[in-house]
Design a protein around this ligand. Sequence first.
Ligand code: 13P
Ligand code: SF4
Length: 305
Amino acid sequence: MTKRVVTLAHYYTQPEIQQMADKVGDSLELSLYAREAEADIIVFAGVRFMAETAKILNPQAEVILPDAGSTCSLVTQTDVAALKAWREEHADYVHVSYINSSAEHKALSDWIVTSRNVDDIIAHLYEQGKKVIFSPDRNMGAYLNYQYGYDMPLWSAVCEVHDKFNEAALNEALSAVTGKAHLIAHPESPLPVLKRADYVGSTSGMLNWVKQFKGSPEEVIFVATEDGILYNMSQARPDLDLRQAPIYAGCQCNSCPYMKMNTIEAVKRAQQGGGTHIDYLSTEQMDAARVPIERMLEFSQRYYA
Ligand code: 13P
Ligand code: SF4
């Protein structure tokens, strides 16, 4: 019997990879697709923590990551033994972890969040009088503390791509525009950049902002996130002047090396069953990691239905 293969791709993959996929989305959308997918094989054109999340949510499916090297700096910068000790030091806190984390990390968490629902989930916890610690993204945590006046203790890892955006280069780019200029940014960017942004949100959030933009086509929109999404934005609004926010003067190169490991050849091979099979997580690990992920999905479906 032929196997049912579903291919999922993150917005940061190359346009050709997105065209090969059944579904394209941000991490929250892809987690939901993975959970509901009626598939024997899920090819995950994204990074390892996303493929692991798919496996945890749909353990019956074979989940394949096209390239074994597709990691994420938020995962590699987090030592799980140190995280466990930090979590124990804050035993009376709720531990909220960003989805960009390993399965072991998730198992040490009370809630998982994505950049789409992090604001609402943490607000919900504070409304209930809880104390919160946030990991692993220091920039995202610093932004939440600044924006809402929280005092969450933060873990200290960064996205090596978004962390390169800097205020000086941005000021230079913004001041070189004669007309009106806007900035939209992913919350993995450094706080001084986020403070300047007209909109801060997830990949899909930024895409929706662009789709709904009502200003004139002469206005310039700088986008502080991975360059893959520029393709989706310009497909949706070819009339707009969309530009990658600079890293430093003259550089337009904000590309995630791990997402870009999803080459056409690697994805085709995965669709034939080759690549890294996510078959190394134990049932106990998956069960423990599923609890905080399901909590998030249930919250998201209730709030964003
Ligand atoms: P999204 O949750 O916006 O898809 O972001 C995932 C990611 O890895 C951003 O760098
Ligand atoms: Fe990780 Fe950054 Fe790449 Fe997203 S862009 S997968 S956070 S390294």
